[in-house]
Design a protein around this ligand. Structure first.
Ligand code: ZN
Ligand code: ZN
Length: 145
């Protein structure tokens, strides 16, 4: 079992997960798109494997009859998605970006790909900016947050 730690943008919510899947999934449903501004990318963690600090900083929105989505009240970071009903109820789909280290993890499944037309694949010929180029263009003196 792989243990991984993570935290929200401001650090008010931290967690340690002791049984983290090496595979993650992406969801293209409309709820996830509105919640994240784009697809949601999450990692499955069983409820018993999740240790959370800062629980009083977590707000949870029941987004449907069978699922809820949580975010940090202090900084607004999206944290995780959980089913509230059925055999998988209570388990976490933790936002991939919260983990301190995602080495060895890979995209294994995509959900609602028939709705993917709400998004777009990144086009060829786009501008790709490095940290140094962004700092130069926007006058930043240190690494972008
Ligand atoms: Zn936070
Ligand atoms: Zn979704």
């Amino acid at each position: 079992m792989v243990t991984r730690s993570g935290h929200c943008m401001c650090g008010a919510v931290t967690f340690t997960a002791t049984d983290v899947s090496s595979e993650f999934g992406a969801c293209y449903c409309e709820m996830c798109r509105r919640w994240n501004g784009d697809r949601f990318v999450g990692v499955h963690v069983p409820i018993a494997a999740m240790q959370i600090n800062g629980a009083n900083q977590i707000s949870t929105h029941k987004s449907s009859d069978w699922a809820a989505r949580s975010f940090c009240k202090a900084c607004g970071s999206n944290l995780w998605y959980r089913l509230t009903d059925g055999p998988d109820a209570g388990n976490y789909s933790v936002a991939l970006g919260l983990f301190d280290d995602v080495s060895g993890m890979k995209l294994a499944r995509e959900f609602f790909v028939d709705r993917k037309d709400c998004l777009f694949d990144l086009p060829e010929g786009r501008i790709q900016m490095t940290t140094a180029e962004i700092n130069a263009k926007y006058g930043l003196s240190e690494e972008a947050p």
